[in-house]
Design a protein around this ligand. Structure first.
Ligand code: CA
Length: 221
């Protein structure tokens, strides 16, 4: 899942990016950069610090919701007064976590928010014979159901949501890795290989020299 982290503390930012490596985490240090980034790319969740330079996290959150954006927002902050917490939730945050927190707890809260988002939007991602379940990270295809790694799941999600569109290796890398994450040179191939081993080679079409696609169904009759 793609997470936008808005955090001005270098140590916390780096630490979170490293710790959340099963997700694609892109990290910005102020809310204007967050706004800009959100205009360019789609994210599944925002992790938002409140005490930020230029404009506070709360002000940004208010604007975000005023624009009708429903993306889940999890506030991470050192402010611990009940008043601040209530204010954050009133301004449209989905949840609240106080620093310092245990990574396990953050992971758990993220899972809950992402599950809620998917339940609300569309519980299953389906095309043709393939169905992805974001709640369990499973893929069902022609009678086989298997759990996928987060990265493999994200690759399948990208392909399934746009059947027939050919994605180059670097486009898929962009979808599944954060900005500063080191990408092993053949990571995408490895994930695709794993998916094919479980479901058969035909599940992902390799267009030689161009990229990968989930085949679009031919119109029947
Ligand atoms: Ca801060």
């Amino acid at each position: 899942m793609r997470i936008l982290l808005v955090e001005d503390d270098e140590m916390i930012g780096q630490g979170l990016q490293k710790a959340l490596k099963s997700h694609a985490v892109n990290w910005v240090t102020d809310t204007f950069a967050a706004e800009h980034t959100l205009n360019l790319e789609a994210y599944d969740l925002i992790l938002l610090d409140l005490g930020l330079p230029k404009r506070s996290g709360l002000e940004y959150l208010v604007q975000l919701r005023a624009k009708g954006m429903t993306i889940p927002v999890l506030i991470i902050t050192a402010r611990d007064s009940v008043e601040d917490r209530v204010k954050g939730l009133d301004c449209g945050a989905d949840d609240y976590l106080l620093k310092p927190f245990a990574m396990e707890e953050l992971e758990a809260r993220i899972r809950v928010l992402l599950r809620r988002k998917h339940d609300r939007n569309n519980p299953l991602i389906s095309y043709g014979d393939a169905t992805l379940n974001p709640a369990s990270y499973t893929l069902s295809y022609q009678g086989i159901t298997e759990r996928l790694s987060v990265k493999a799941f994200n690759i399948m999600q990208t392909l399934l949501e746009n059947p027939g569109v050919i994605y180059s290796r670097s486009q898929l890398e962009e979808k599944i890795y954060g900005w500063n994450e080191e990408v092993e040179s053949n990571a995408v191939e490895v994930h695709i290989h794993t998916i094919r081993r479980k479901f058969g080679a035909a599940i992902i079409l390799n267009v030689r020299g161009v990229g990968y696609t989930f085949p679009k169904e031919k119109a029947s009759k």
